[in-house]
Structure formats: structure tokens, C-alpha cells
Write a protein that binds this ligand. Sequence first.
Ligand code: ADP
Length: 263
Amino acid sequence: LLAQCSPLRHGDGAVFGAVAVLQDITALRQLEQMRRDFVANVSHELRTPLTSIQGIIEGLIDGVIPAAEAGRYLRVAHGESLRMNRLVQDLLDLAALEAGRADWELHAVELGEILDRVEIRLQAPRSEKGLAIRREVPPDLPPLLANENRLEQVLTNLVENAVRFSPPGGEITVAAEKRPHNRITVTVRDQGPGIPPEDLPHVWDRFYRVEKSRARETGGTGLGLAIVKQIVEAQGGEVAVESSPGEGASFFFTLPAADSLID
Ligand code: ADP
């Protein structure tokens, strides 16, 4: 609690009262703490791959890494540099979203077209694990009112996670459904390990990871879902997640249908 007090005086300087201003700064403190945690997280996340890259370069310079092994180590360093790049890109995206510099135009967007793009983008990791993507999109689904690039990013992040957490040979389902009040719900479902109930509310938080080491090994930045939430909410939608451990996870987002403009 922050308190400020000033006396009230008559013209001759005699005190006849006081004004006290009490301000609750709990929220301010929490915000400051969150900011500090965020900076600490970013530093840690950037330093981990950087340390690995440095170690490899030093090993090569000093000759500790034999020439025959150089290629393998360089590929690891390359992977780490890609991870850093992804992280920086995600941070820039988040910062732009939070600053409200989201100068997007909303159009009528066909979900199927965006899904085609996402599938092409994720072709390599998907076929590597032998994963099938099944679409359950009704043929008469109206277009969504959205920005197509942002919608592509939302679906890419969700399907990328599904690919990452799916068992080899598993199936990922992307379903869409028209809801009352001209809304459309899109679901991305996988057959992975799922998410424990106590972690569910936190998966949208920046840098939150259910299983710290596993997620980092699988190449995630811990920012994907935070970005999904920001984008969907900025377009007037909501996000949700459901999961029973061992039975996969379902991520949902709802956006307005394009014809809601006319109705
Ligand atoms: P990351 O880049 O680490 O995947 P996200 O923000 O996309 O970051 O996800 C946050 C965390 O939520 C993940 O680290 C993981 O623990 C959990 N998670 C996300 N998607 C799934 C999924 N499909 N199945 C199981 N866990 C998931």
C-alpha cells in the first residue's frame, strides 16, 4: 500500500485538516515481478543454445573435437542457432501483439485454404514421424472473419505442437464446427501424452512448459500458445484446451464467421 498525506491549511498557515491518498500497489508489484521473471526467462532461453554453440566453436578451434566429428557438431550448432532465431522471432511477434501494433485487415478466409498452407509448411516433420492429418471440416462451413496470415500462424503453432507431441504413426485431427451466434470453433486434436489437469490453465502462459526438459528437447520456445492466445483474442475470439493425460490434447479456438458481418 502506498500512502501519501498532505495537510490542508487556512490562508494564515494554520492546519485545519489533511488529505490522505492510499493506493493499492499490489497489482503494480505483481506486474513488475512478471516483467522481471520474463527478462530472466528470455535470458535463460537465449543463453542455453548460445552456450552450446560457443562450446562447439571452441571445441573446433582448440581441436578438442576431432575433424571427423566436425560435421555432426556443426549440425548441432546449426540447430541451436535456428532455435535462437525462432525464439527471437516469437518474442518480436509477442511484443508487436502486446503493443497493439496489430495492423491487420480482417477478411473472409476459407479454413481449408489455410490448412493447405499449414500442411505444406509442416510437411517435413510430419512425414518424418509418419503422422496423418485428418480434416473434419463440413463442406458448408462459412468462411472465418480473420487475417489470413495470422490465422495461418495460429494453426501452424497448434499443429506444430500436435506434431511434436504425437507418437509416431499417430493421427492429428483438425475439426471445425459452426456454433450459435455466427461463431466457428476450430479444434486441433492429437494422440500424444496429453496435459495434466493442474497444468491446463497455465499452458497459455509465456515460457510455461509442462515437462521442462522434454519440451526443450523437442525444440519448442514455450511461446507458441501465448502467441496463439494473443492473436485469437485480438480478432475477437477465445481459446480453450481440454485433455485427459494419456488421451491426447484438444486445443480450440473460436472466431466469428465472415457472414456475421451481414446478419
Ligand atoms: P512450446 O514451444 O514449448 O511447445 P507452447 O507455448 O506451444 O510452447 O506450449 C507450452 C507447453 O504446453 C508445452 O511446452 C507443452 O508442455 C504443452 N503442450 C502444448 N501443446 C501440447 C500438446 N499438443 N500435447 C501435450 N502438451 C502440449
